[in-house]
Structures are given as structure tokens and as C-alpha cells.
Ligand binder design. Sequence first.
Ligand code: MN
Length: 249
Amino acid sequence: MSDTPRAWDAHCHADLFDEPTSVARECDSARVAVLAVTTTPRAFVPNQRLFAKYPNIRVALGIHPELAASKEADLALFSSLLSETKFIGEVGLDGRPQHWRTLPVQRELLRAILRLCHNQNKVFSLHSPRAVKELLDEIENCIPDPDTVKILHWFTGTKSEAQRAIELGCYFSVNHAMLSKATNHAIIQSLPIERVLTETDGPFVKVDGRPSRPPDVLIAAEMLARLWGTPADVAERQLLANASFLFQN
Ligand code: MN
């Protein structure tokens, strides 16, 4: 993509679509840039190759907390690839019923990742379902460096947890599924607009029954505009400024 982006998808599993290169071409023509998160360090180099022709797809190095107890959680490989990127994701904690048993292992892995990234000005996309308090504790205790960017992807916490995250300097990437639930609106409205980003979490999030693709962030921007009471183009410009500040360079 040679044109500057119009919008950013701050959390997308671009490699997990059936046709990742057609998604990449679509982003190119819609001028939507993407933070392509990975769930295992084994996917990092293949993703870099897959999207090499698309400079506005930035590949992040990750170990999904769901895989913390598996052999995919290859910390040695993660460490060896760390100098290749400033983007880390996705990583975090998952306290949902199917994963809470591995929470201690997840926490150990996350702490090891944070130690490796200490003082390196990385940009993190962080996962925290049913573990918001636990994740914020790790951010507070293990990320002392204020230049580390912490983006809470698909935040599901309470209003007071959102306040705590704001005080810790976190950003929030919101998607279509979050915005479609009226019960989330008050929390989303409580976030400072300069801390809000858009994401799709595609292909996992569905929009109109099909996997969400990066250009869908433009729909999320419209929904945010309605919540903020601003024209869509004003919201779009704000979201672009927020994301460009974090992702460019
Ligand atoms: Mn994800």
C-alpha cells in the first residue's frame, strides 16, 4: 500500500482467513492498515512472508494465553524473534471457564514475556476476558516503563476497571461485536476518545453472519461516531490520529 491509511484495524488474525492475500488486497484498496496479531511465535515468520508485499499490514509476535500450556508457547522462539518487531500480540490472560485452570501458567508466561520486552518500547495488544483485574495487576506491577503501549483488545471489564486501565495509560481497541451490545455503550462512552482504537478481531467476530474483515473498522467508526455524537468523518479522523500515533514508524 503506497497511500496513507484511512483507518486502522488494531487487532486482526489476518492469517486465519481462508484467503489471507485477498484480505490483504482488500485492505490495500480500502486503505485500511492492520495490526496482524499471531497466536504462536511459529506463525510470525510465515506471516511476515505472507504479507511482505503489504507494508500497511504490520505483523505482531504473540503467544495466545489459550495456548500457554501447550508446546505452541515457545518462549525461546518468541525471544529470538523479538528484535524483528515492535508489535506484541496477542498475549494476555484468559479466565473463561475453559481456560481458568491454566491461569497460573498463563500468568507465568505473561510475566516472562513482559520481562523480555522490558524497556523496549513495544506496542502490546492484550487479551483479558474474565481476567481484567488480573491483567491490570500485571500491567501495574510488570510494565513500569511508561513508553510501552498497552492496548486492551475487546475489553470486557467494569466501569471502575476501565477507569483503572485509563489511569495505567491503556488504550482500548473496540470491535463491531462490542459496539453492537447496548449494555457496553456506557463503558465505551466513558473512555477518553484519544484512547480509543478500532479493531475487528476477524475472522472470529462476525458481522452480518460473515467473518469480520479489516474494512469493517469503518462501520465501527460510524458506530463510535453515534456514541460520541460527532459526524462520522470527525470520528474517523480522531481514530486515525490515535492509531497513527501508536503504529506508524
Ligand atoms: Mn484475537
